[in-house]
Design a protein around this ligand. Structure first.
Ligand SMILES: *Cc1c(COP(=O)(O)O)cnc(C)c1O
Length: 495
């Protein structure tokens, strides 16, 4: 299977090459030339397998240049060996009115682990396969969660180093501790004096600075990124849609072949796009419901066909969905039109004016699969309380946005297909907002006391990785100005 750019560049790459490159030379995203098709036997065959074996089967359909042994090695290192706190890796919990697909049992208690545990393994194998001998230096700017998940994934992966910049004073205490206590010989975490935009624009400038990249090249180091447009981050996410389906059939919640719905709390459109791939491959999915917070640019797009980022930006209690440009949408537009020139045109308009309109015909096609709505903070918190009262189940704020939207979908359409909610963070990661929603008394409690407080409500214990933070040594204390980021990178690259 070959990969090419959504914007028309005609090079054709193997998956290993696409994963090493990340972004296509014309600024487009890599897409597979066709989507593999599976039948009922393939899906039934997943049921008795471990998550790792399910992953190897699904990945094998896309990453055809990796051998079966290479893939099995990658998934074992990513998901095996005690990194996840449950044997199922991504378990499905069925509540009164829906099932919840828990994607946060990995080492950092965030859904990003599902992809960021595997991407480094796919990358390192790709380096070996393509004969690249340089060291790859992954640069990340983070406003919190992605940084830790990337550190955990790349920690001690041979031939790769990772450096994370975060805004000094701009992340929560737990998030800072999660990053600054990170073990590993190949990791660096540095605070930047400034806000997230300073850190992010600093990293972007470094990526596009040819002279600086030349200096790194002299030290046999090349830069790369771990962000969610990389094919190696998207493809791992297709697996859990299949895995959830197989588990629901095994549990008797649905019959083999029965169509189900997924509601996905959406930011960059990666998670839900993976669900689209699963559906196109033959997984019995009826609708994919896109849930947004007050930054509801996707709700408007999926209802009107007009994508318009010229709007106010809101800070919400679901920070991982506070996003106005959903990069992975570009892949959907390509798959539904097959027209790279058209996609390049829309993306050009987005860059120039912040807006594009895909027109009635394509909108109709999109709406055959997608439905969208959004929930504000008040509704999100009411939903946390409601789900808790009805099921004694504690969900995080992002999951609650999806839950609220799933209900509004069912009310609006009367659709009774079984509903699966993608749950993207442990409630312990957003303990303050969750406790407030539950009506708990929290005044005067620090972040670790909040964890214990939430455990009084939650039958699931505090994740070991979060509880341990109170006692781990801080290993990374570096701070720099934005103007000092290049020097910090060079220094770490030469180590
Ligand atoms: C990243 C993230 C999302 C959004 O996922 P996308 O793939 O960017 O749409 C939702 N919830 C949480 C907790 C996340 O970390």
């Amino acid at each position: 299977m070959q990969y090419f750019s959504t914007r028309g560049d005609d090079s054709r790459l193997s998956s290993a090459e696409a994963i090493l490159k990340g972004l296509a030379p014309d600024g487009g995203l890599f897409v597979p030339e066709q989507l593999p098709q599976v039948d009922a036997d393939f899906i039934a065959g997943l049921a008795p397998l471990t998550y790792e074996k399910r992953a190897a089967r699904v990945l094998g359909l896309f990453l055809t240049d990796y051998t079966a042994d290479e893939l099995m090695g990658c998934v074992e290192r990513a998901y095996g060996s005690g990194k996840f706190d449950t044997a199922k890796r991504a378990p499905v919990v069925t509540l009164k009115d829906a099932s919840v697909l828990e994607l946060w049992h990995g080492p950092t208690s965030a859904f990003k682990d599902m992809a960021l545990q595997l991407l480094p393994q796919l990358m390192q194998t790709a380096l070996t396969k393509t004969g690249v001998t340089d060291t790859v230096l992954i640069l990340v700017a983070t406003s919190g969660d992605t940084g830790k998940a990337a550190l955990a994934g790349f920690c001690d992966v041979p031939q790769i180093k990772i450096m994370v910049f975060y805004p000094d004073g701009g992340v929560s205490r737990i998030q800072r501790l999660q990053m600054c206590t990170q073990a590993g010989e190949n990791v660096n975490v540095t605070a930047v004096r400034g806000n997230f935009d300073d850190a992010q624009s600093g990293v972007k400038e470094i990526f596009s600075d040819a002279a600086f990249n030349g200096e790194l090249q002299a030290a046999q180091v090349r830069l790369s990124s771990a962000n969610s447009i990389n094919w190696g981050r998207l493809v791992p996410q297709i697996v859990y849609y299949f895995s959830a389906y197989a588990d629901l059939v095994t549990a008797g919640t649905i019959k083999a072949g029965e169509e189900i719905n997924f509601t996905v709390p959406t930011g960059n459109f990666g998670d839900i796009l993976a669900g689209f791939y699963a559906k196109e491959m033959g997984l019995p999915v009826h609708k994919l419901i896109c849930a947004s917070n007050a930054n509801n640019v996707l709700t408007d797009f999926l209802r009107t066909g007009v994508y318009d980022r010229n709007r106010a930006f809101y800070k919400t209690i679901t920070p991982s969905m506070d996003i106005l440009i959903s990069s992975n949408l570009e892949r959907l537009l390509y798959h539904l039109t097959g027209d790279t020139a058209q996609v390049a045109g829309w993306m050009g308009e987005l860059a120039a004016t912040g807006r594009y309109d895909v027109g009635e015909a394509l909108l109709g096609k999109i709406q055959q699969t997608f439905w969208a709505d959004w929930a504000d903070d008040a509704k999100t918190q009411a939903t946390i309380k409601d789900v808790y009262d009805a099921n004694h189940y504690v969900c995080d704020t992002h999951t609650a946005v999806a839950y609220a939207v799933a209900r509004s979908y069912q009310q609006a359409t009367g659709d009774t297909h079984h509903m699966v909610i993608a749950s993207t963070a442990s409630p312990y990661k957003f303990n303050g907002s969750v406790l407030a929603a539950l009506g708990a008394e929290t005044s005067g409690l620090d972040e670790f006391q909040l964890l214990d407080k939430l455990a009084e409500y939650n039958p699931q214990p505090v994740p070991a990785g979060l509880a341990a933070l109170a006692h781990l040594d801080v290993r990374h204390q570096g701070v720099c100005e934005k103007s000092g980021m290049r020097a910090a990178v060079l220094n770490f690259a030469r180590k």
